[in-house]
Ligand binder design. Structure first.
Ligand SMILES: O=C(O)CCC(=O)C(=O)O
Ligand SMILES: [Fe+2]
Length: 196
């Protein structure tokens, strides 16, 4: 497969539902679920500190410090299993990613609320490459100006979603919780922190 553009006004999105072959995706799941030091990130929302409804880990080069939702994260070192992916993404997309936010959604009750990945350190037009492993979950985007302008995508095991251009400026996105009984899902968003 290859990355196919998804039409959404003011956004720049592309999806490859099978960026990794199933066996590669299985091996990566095995390697990463054991190698990543999962923790509950505490986020500041409306002046309150809350435990995020998922497990997370900020991974990156030593200087790729990341500040979001009022918290500051020192990167954990790259697990060996991620290095070939980083190299492949750089070769295919021409972006020197220096960090990854890993999220583990333990079941359908874990989720991510509406947000944009628009921290100043990512620059005005961040390129974010989102690799999904495990249970297929629904990912939704909603335009800031016209919330009726939205898109829902199912992100299967081994899929790669690319968000670029003005996507973060014009849209928010979320991974809603679901009552359906679902197994765990691991998501990796490769990012480039500018001038770390
Ligand atoms: O889990 C996902 O697909 C979305 C993750 C996300 O939006 C993020 O890490 O910023
Ligand atoms: Fe995001």
């Amino acid at each position: 497969m290859s990355l196919q553009p998804l039409p959404l006004p003011g956004a720049e999105l592309a999806l490859d539902p099978a960026w990794l072959a199933p066996a590669q995706a299985d091996a990566l799941w095995q390697a990463l679920s054991a190698a990543i030091l999962w923790e509950v990130h505490r986020l500041r929302l409306f002046g309150r500190e809350l435990a995020a409804p998922r497990l997370s880990c900020w991974i990156g080069d030593p200087d790729a410090v990341y500040t979001y939702s009022g918290a500051r994260f020192q990167p954990r070192p790259w697990p060996p299993a991620l290095q070939p992916l980083r190299a492949r993404l750089q070769a295919e997309l021409g972006v020197a990613f220096n960090s990854v936010l890993a999220n583990l959604y333990r079941d359908g009750r874990d989720s991510m609320g509406w947000h944009s990945d628009d921290e100043p350190a990512l620059g005005p037009q961040p390129v974010i490459a989102s690799l999904s492993l495990g249970a297929t979950r629904r990912f939704v985007l909603k335009q800031r100006r016209d919330p009726a302008c939205r898109l829902a995508l199912d992100l299967p095991h081994g899929s790669l979603l690319l968000m670029a251009g003005d996507t973060q400026r014009h849209y928010r996105h979320a991974l809603p919780r679901t009552a359906r009984p679902l197994g765990p899902r691991l998501n990796l968003t490769f990012r480039r922190i500018l001038d770390p």
